[in-house]
Design a protein around this ligand. Structure first.
Ligand SMILES: Cc1ncc(C[n+]2csc(CCOP(=O)(O)OP(=O)(O)O)c2C)c(N)n1
Ligand code: SF4
Length: 294
C-alpha cells in the first residue's frame, strides 16, 4: 500500500454513511481527506493535532466519517467553539465544518467577527442553499421565489452573498469551491489550512434531494486562476464576488478559487497567549470552590 493510501485509510472510519445516495457532500469528504493526507505526508500537519468542529446538519456528519479528534458543536456555533479550541491550544490545526443555514443564518455574527479576529482556523461551509437535514427550508443563501416547507408561496428575499460578506468583514483568505470538482477543492483546502490566519471556503454543494441546481453550476462555473485573477487585489476580488448573487433566474458566471488572500496579525498573538491554556496551572482549587457552594 502506498504511503498516501495508508494515510487515507487512517483518516477513515467504519461509520455507516447516511447521506442520500449520490449526495455531493461525499465530494467534500473526499477532498478533505486527500488534502489532509497530502499535508500529513509532507509533514506539514500531524493527524493527532487536527481537530474538527462540526455543526448540526447533513454536511456536519463529516464528523463521523473522519478519524480525527473533534467536537460536535451546536447549530450555528462552530466558530466560537473553534476559536476557543485554538486559543486554548494554538498548536492544533482547527477545521470548522458548517452548513449555510447554521453559519450564515443562526451563526452569522460569529462568521463576521471571526473574519475580523483572524485566528488561524479554517472554515469549510457546505453551501447547499437550504436547511437540508430538516428537509429543505430556505436559508440566507436561497434564491428568491424558492418554494420549500417554510416558504410554500416562495421566498421573497434576495440571497446573502457570503463571499462579499467575508471580504467586507476583513477575512484574510476567502475562497469558493465546488463539491463536484474534488481535485480543485482539495487544492483549495490545502491552501486554506496552510494560510496563516482565518480561512473561509464557501463550498457550492447542490443538495440533490431538496435543491438540485447541479446543471446550472455545470454550465456556469469557471476557475478564477484561469482568468488571471489577482487574489491580492481586494477590489478585483469584490468585483468577481459580485458577478453572481446566488440566484438562478439568469445565466451568470460563477467563479470558484481564491478570491482574496492577505496577511494580518493573528488573534492568538494579540491576546498574548504565551503558552497553551491547558498547561497553565490554575490558582483556584475548583473542587474546594464547589464544596463551598454546595
Ligand atoms: C439552534 C438550533 N436551531 C435549529 C435546529 C434544527 N436544525 C438542525 S439541523 C438544521 C438544518 C441545518 O442546515 P444547514 O446548516 O444548512 O446544514 P445542511 O443540513 O444543509 O448541511 C436545523 C434547522 C437546531 N438543531 N438548533
Ligand atoms: S438531504 Fe441533500 S445534503 Fe442532505 S444527505 Fe440528502 S442530498 Fe445530501
Amino acid at each position: 500500500m502506498s504511503n498516501i493510501s495508508h494515510i487515507l485509510k487512517k483518516l477513515s472510519t467504519n461509520e455507516r454513511n447516511t447521506w442520500c445516495a449520490g449526495c455531493t457532500n461525499n465530494g467534500i469528504l473526499l477532498a478533505t481527506k486527500r488534502a489532509l493526507a497530502d499535508l500529513i505526508l509532507q509533514k506539514k500537519v500531524k493527524q493527532k493535532d487536527i481537530v474538527t468542529v462540526c455543526d448540526i446538519g447533513c454536511g456536519a456528519k463529516i464528523f463521523d466519517y473522519l478519524n480525527l479528534s473533534g467536537f460536535y458543536s451546536i447549530h450555528g456555533r462552530i466558530l466560537p467553539t473553534a476559536l476557543g479550541i485554538k486559543i486554548s491550544n494554538p498548536h492544533l490545526t482547527v477545521l470548522a465544518f458548517g452548513g449555510d443555514g447554521g453559519t450564515y443564518g443562526e451563526g452569522v455574527s460569529h462568521l463576521v467577527h471571526n473574519c475580523r479576529y483572524n485566528a488561524d482556523i479554517t472554515a469549510i461551509i457546505n453551501d447547499n442553499q437550504v436547511f437540508a437535514l430538516t428537509t429543505g427550508q430556505s436559508t440566507p443563501t436561497t434564491e428568491s421565489e424558492f418554494r420549500g416547507p417554510s416558504t410554500p408561496l416562495g421566498t421573497k428575499l434576495e440571497p446573502l452573498n457570503p463571499i462579499v460578506l467575508a471580504l467586507e468583514s476583513g477575512a484574510t483568505f476567502v475562497a469558493r469551491g465546488y463539491a463536484l470538482d474534488v481535485n480543485h477543492l482539495e487544492e483549495l483546502i490545502k491552501k486554506a489550512i496552510e494560510h496563516r490566519g482565518f480561512s473561509f471556503i464557501d463550498v457550492l454543494q447542490p443538495c440533490i434531494t431538496f435543491h438540485n441546481v447541479t446543471s446550472y453550476f455545470q454550465k456556469n462555473i469557471y476557475k478564477l486562476e484561469e482568468k488571471k485573477h489577482n487574489p491580492n487585489d481586494f477590489s478585483q476580488a469584490l468585483k468577481r464576488a459580485r458577478e453572481w448573487n446566488y440566484s438562478f433566474h439568469e445565466q451568470k458566471p460563477v467563479a470558484i478559487g481564491v478570491f482574496y488572500k492577505t496577511e494580518k496579525p493573528l488573534y492568538c498573538k494579540e491576546t498574548q497567549v504565551k503558552k497553551p491554556f491547558y498547561r497553565i496551572k490554575r490558582a483556584v482549587d475548583i473542587k474546594k470552590l464547589i464544596r463551598e457552594f454546595k
